[in-house]
Design a protein around this ligand. Structure first.
Ligand SMILES: Cc1cc2nc3c(=O)[nH]c(=O)nc-3n(C[C@H](O)[C@H](O)[C@H](O)COP(=O)(O)OP(=O)(O)OC[C@H]3O[C@@H](n4cnc5c(N)ncnc54)[C@H](O)[C@@H]3O)c2cc1C
Length: 390
């Protein structure tokens, strides 16, 4: 039976970086993945350019049952640290918007960089074989895959969450965590399009129309684009609030977020012979302006509409309410919220408090970032914390 210092399950963002970190410290590391190649989600991330970190990374941009948990790891491995690594590999990058850093070229460069870092640490990477059993006895973890069984005093769960199952994503991390007595916070799709039915279904006719809004759900608010789809709502603003959305919650969108109170009454005074539809279509996509006017039930020239009706229209445009019927689920979710309960893990090392030698990192853990490079930064930071502790 082959013996290693650590066995890392899952060669995604977190597993690769953890393996490289531990390997470069002289640890003998085996990195296992059931997929035919490592880093598949990295390859499709950021539209193929991998939004690998965010300059504004801060703990308040993560959702977790324990909002303090991510602080330690994030502060010890920062966006600047990962950027320095990217630059040391000569990978050209740019800031797209809101602190989001992307490769100029391809996400393949990030995978190649991580594999290079693993090679520097002599990591043994094996892909394409299902893990059939994991056992723990006499201080050693035994992992069976294919026709082999290997053992190590440290085992790292880095198999991510179940979002996008067709990419090889599974809930394996949760089964394993439960096997070792760790709790799992109910996993749910996050950064996911929301679906509309009933009266709201009329908006699905606007499929393909996009506009900047402030989308809100509970206390969360995001100013970005919203996109109407044939099933409901998507676009960055909606994906962001979806991570906070629970069934039954209302999502509001503020159309024309820069308009000051009273702008419609002012427009009436200045241009009484102009229709509301015309005024709205000067600032919004035409099909959206038409649909909003129809639902507001206001037609004709502004001059013929009462100030009260215009004030009510303004208020409605500023807090347009949708009650999504659901989300497009794990099949379309960019990440999984929930996961291995942080209460059972050390925030410094990611080691299970009651199971020595067992670690959990990356998306498998109940820490979920905003859209925009935050999830990879958590993968790097948590992987680094565990990789230094193994
Ligand atoms: C379409 C898409 C685009 C994204 N774009 C971005 C982006 O631009 N920026 C950003 O920050 N985040 C992005 N994300 C989120 C990001 O990809 C994840 O948060 C990140 O990959 C999590 O890293 P991880 O290593 O924890 O999990 P993963 O990268 O999912 O890796 C888990 C690994 O475990 C393996 N595995 C799973 N089950 C088993 C099993 N039973 N046995 C063995 N191996 C197993 C998988 O094959 C996989 O290789 C995107 C996600 C998607 C789906």
């Amino acid at each position: 039976m082959s013996q290693y210092d650590a066995i890392i399950l899952g060669a995604g963002a977190a597993g690769l970086f953890c393996a490289a970190t531990a390997g470069q410290r002289g640890k003998c590391v085996l990195l296992l993945d059931h997929a035919d190649q490592p880093g598949k989600k990295i390859l499709i991330s950021g539209g193929g350019r991998c939004n690998f970190t965010n300059l504004h990374t801060a703990p308040d941009r993560y959702i977790s049952s324990n909002p303090h948990f991510a602080k330690s790891a994030l502060s010890r491995y920062t966006a600047a640290d990962f950027l320095a690594l990217v630059e040391s590999h000569g990978i050209a990058w740019h800031e797209k918007t809101l602190g989001q850093l992307f490769c100029d070229g391809s996400a393949k460069q990030i995978v190649a960089m991580l594999l290079d870092e693993c090679a520097k640490g002599s990591v043994d990477l094996q892909c394409g074989e299902a893990i059939s059993a994991v056992e723990h006895a006499d201080g050693l973890y035994r992992v069976s895959y294919g026709d082999r069984t290997v053992q190590a005093p440290s085992l790292v769960i880095a198999t991510g969450g179940p979002s996008i199952p067709k990419m090889g994503a599974t809930g394996f991390a949760y089964d394993l965590a439960r096997q070792f007595g760790l709790k799992v916070v109910q996993p749910r799709p996050a950064l996911v399009p929301l679906t509309l039915t009933g009266e709201d279904a009329l908006f699905r006719d606007l499929s393909g129309v996009s506009t900047e809004v402030v989308a809100r759900c509970g206390k969360a608010a995001f100013r970005e684009a919203a996109l109407f789809t044939h099933r409901g709502l998507s676009g960055p603003a909606i994906l962001q609030v979806s991570s906070y959305w629970q069934r039954g919650d209302t999502v509001t969108t503020q159309f024309l977020p820069d308009r000051e109170e009273g702008w419609l009454k002012a427009a009436k005074r200045e241009r009484p012979k102009t229709s509301l539809r015309k005024v709205l279509s000067e600032a919004l996509p035409d099909r959206l302006a038409e649909a909003l006017c129809e639902r507001l039930g206001l037609s004709g020239d502004l001059g013929n509409l009462s100030d009260k009706a215009l004030a009510a229209a303004e208020a409605k445009l500023a807090r347009w309410s949708f009650v999504p019927s659901g989300s497009e689920g794990f099949a379309k979710a960019e990440v999984t919220a929930g996961g291995i309960d942080t209460a059972g893990l050390s925030s410094k090392t990611m080691e299970a408090r009651k199971v020595p030698g067992l670690y959990a990192i990356g998306e498998a853990v109940d820490v979920t970032g905003w859209l925009g490079g935050y999830n990879f930064q958590w993968a790097w930071a948590s992987a680094r914390a565990a990789g230094l502790a193994i």
